[in-house]
Ligand binder design. Structure first.
Ligand code: AGP
Length: 609
């Protein structure tokens, strides 16, 4: 996934492009570049590495001009270097392009263009675009772009400027997001909202295969057949402060400490406190259908997949509806056995994960009702689903998800409780009890967060180990998976999440004193089983850190270190156990000097397959 920015207006473009790129750096940071058009000339400046490298280059002399494009790259084709960095130009710098996505048929196109005399200098798929537009150009840039994108297969979000048709930016998208910002006498283009919040919160979401011609006075948008479209300008409620670190060392730490607010956001307006009743007017799912649901499929990737696994336990426990969970990337290639009475739930923080979008489209074809749990308004998944339940986490900038994970869990608790209420699968007393415990969660999370110093101390004891086993059972098994993922993706330390009951079937062979185990062992219905597993692990002379329930006296005699969580209902422990694991991963990575917000090889949303 890459970040694209564009500006056209009365101001100097470079400072605005740089500011926008920094807000999008979480989308990719292998290389960065800008292109500025002035007096019939386009200057391109680009550098391998993070945006600060480009900034250092521009300090020596930034191009002047008030039309420009910027790009921060997550490499797909062609390693990160100055040549492969975007923007890319054609045979001369008359047509310049920035691109996010993958052009799957770039090789035959490249060969055809080379046979027509075009010279290529990079290894990227992107470079075919400016040459293709050049070869299609007659006297209208929009038309040349339109004809060119009709020849490409794959995903793209592109921005194009040209000295042949100055005074405009042409943009289009298919499978990768692109947003147009509407200012006063100036216009913006970006892959994501945070890049333009300093200048406007009025945005237009470009839809699939639409083409925008942007001038400083406005934008004309046509569909793939050239028909002019009237597009709604949406006011975004997020503000700039939400996209700043606000004094925290990293976005990830700030976002962990926003988790109580996320829980409150998800409870607000969905629970009628007087009647102890759930109201979910935001989903247009007809009540009768809820009663008829025969099976639920939950599809997602990465950490969102782990929340889906928690969702399985919650839905089956509260509603009695069988749930099948699958990776989007696996599901989309399986035989789709979905019926009209099956509900598909797609979970995606960004709403732009390519595999989850593809899974959505496969389920749509099979006739299933599609409900999306996502964080980003206007995202592809939010626009293509039949109904959306927003996870209300606010902009999440850290590449490793934290508060959105909590938002997804909260949405799943509320959704399944609502379904249970509609289907009468649990009585009102039980609903009241769960609501009561849900409302207590913000305070319980505050208690966990206040114990951060304990986690810092634990991270100082454990940061030198190179392998970890995370164990959980039942509803906490997915949290073991998530705890392991958090550690490996930001500290590059190997960690494996495993069902506690399965550990004897292999992984126990790994254990010795160099291989600590983190065990999630709240006082729930499988407590004694997990204690037995921990004793098996301890017999292999390995260090065990347990996440246990406050007041559990037995555990401290069995394990080496304990982090106590407040007591709650069995089904709510995932919320309380994932937060210490997020902090544990954060502080180990921080101690190891890793770039916590921008871990190597990763991007915030995987918009390519
Ligand atoms: C989580 O820390 C990772 N960044 C990654 O696994 C992420 O959860 C996954 O790519 C799914 O993203 P999505 O929720 O935006 O679809």
């Amino acid at each position: 996934m890459c970040g694209i920015v564009g500006y056209i207006g009365p101001k100097e473009a470079v400072p605005i492009l740089l500011d926008g790129l920094k807000k999008l750096e979480y989308r990719g940071y292998d290389s960065a570049g800008i292109a500025v058009l002035k007096d019939n000339k386009i200057q391109i400046k680009k550098r391998k590495g993070k945006i600060v490298k480009l900034e250092n280059l521009l300090e020596k002399g930034a191009p002047k001009g008030n039309i420009g494009l910027g790009h921060t790259r997550w490499a797909t084709h062609g390693k990160p270097n100055n040549l492969n960095a975007h923007p890319h130009n054609g045979c001369n710098s008359e047509i310049v392009v920035v691109h996010n996505g993958i052009i799957e048929n770039y090789m035959p196109l490249r060969e055809k263009l080379i046979s027509e005399g075009h010279n290529f200098i990079s290894e990227t798929d992107t470079e075919v675009l400016p040459h293709l537009i050049e070869s299609n150009y007659q006297n209208d840039l929009t038309l040349a772009v339109k004809e060119s994108i009709e020849e490409i297969e794959g995903s793209y979000a592109i921005g194009v400027i040209s000295t042949r048709d100055p005074g405009k930016i042409v943009a289009s998208r298919c499978g990768s997001p692109l947003i147009i910002g509407v200012g006063e006498g100036e216009m913006f283009l970006a892959s994501d909202i945070p890049a333009m919040l300093n200048y406007t919160n009025r945005v237009i979401f470009l839809e699939e295969r639409e083409i925008a011609t942007i001038t400083k006075d406005g934008v004309k948008i046509v569909d793939s057949k050239g028909k002019i479209l009237e597009k709604e300008i949406i006011n975004i409620e997020w503000d700039v402060e939400m996209t700043e670190k606000s004094g925290y060392k990293h976005f990830m730490l700030k976002e962990i400490f926003q988790e109580t607010m996320v829980i409150r956001n998800n409870l607000e307006g969905r629970i009628n406190l007087t009647a102890n009743f759930l109201e979910l007017s935001e989903i247009s799912f007809p009540l009768k259908n809820i009663k008829e649901i025969e099976k639920i499929f939950i599809l997602a990737c990465g950490s969102s997949y782990y929340t889906a696994l928690v969702g399985k336990y919650i839905f089956e426990e509260l509603t009695g509806i069988p749930v099948e969970v699958d990776y989007s990337s696996e599901f989309r290639y399986r035989k789709i056995l979905l019926g009209k009475k099956d509900l598909t739930i797609l979970i995606s923080q960004s709403g732009e994960t390519a595999d989850t979008i593809a899974a959505l489209r496969a389920c749509r074809e099979a006739g299933s009702y599609i409900l999306a749990l996502t964080n980003v308004r206007g995202s592809t998944i939010s626009r293509e689903a039949d109904s959306v339940m927003y996870i209300k986490a606010g902009p999440e900038i850290g590449v490793a998800t934290t508060k959105a994970f909590i938002g997804q869990l909260m949405s799943l608790y509320i959704l399944s409780l609502y379904f249970a209420q509609v289907r009468n699968t649990i009585n009102h007393t039980e609903i009241k009890k769960i609501i009561f415990e849900l409302i207590k969660l913000p305070q319980l999370v505050e208690i966990v967060l206040l114990k951060e110093p304990e986690i810092i101390k634990l991270s100082e004891e454990f940061f030198n180990y190179h392998n970890f086993l995370y164990l959980g059972r039942g509803i906490n098994y997915p949290i073991a998976l998530e705890g392991a993922l958090k550690l490996k993706e930001i500290s590059y330390v190997h960690a494996e999440g495993y069902p506690a009951g399965e550990m004897k079937h292999g992984p126990i062979a790994l254990l010795d004193k160099t291989f600590p185990t983190v065990a999630i062992v709240p006082k729930d219905k499988v407590y004694t089983k997990v204690i037995n597993n921990i004793k098996e692990v301890k017999a292999r002379d390995t260090l065990v850190l347990a996440l246990a329930t406050e007041g559990d006296k037995e555990i401290s005699n069995i394990v080496d270190r304990v982090f106590y969580m407040p007591q709650t209902l069995d089904i709510l422990y995932p919320i309380l156990s994932v937060i210490p694991l997020q902090l544990f991963a954060y502080h180990i990575a921080n101690k190891l000097g890793c770039d916590v917000d921008k871990p190597r090889n990763l991007a915030k949303s995987v918009t390519v397959e």
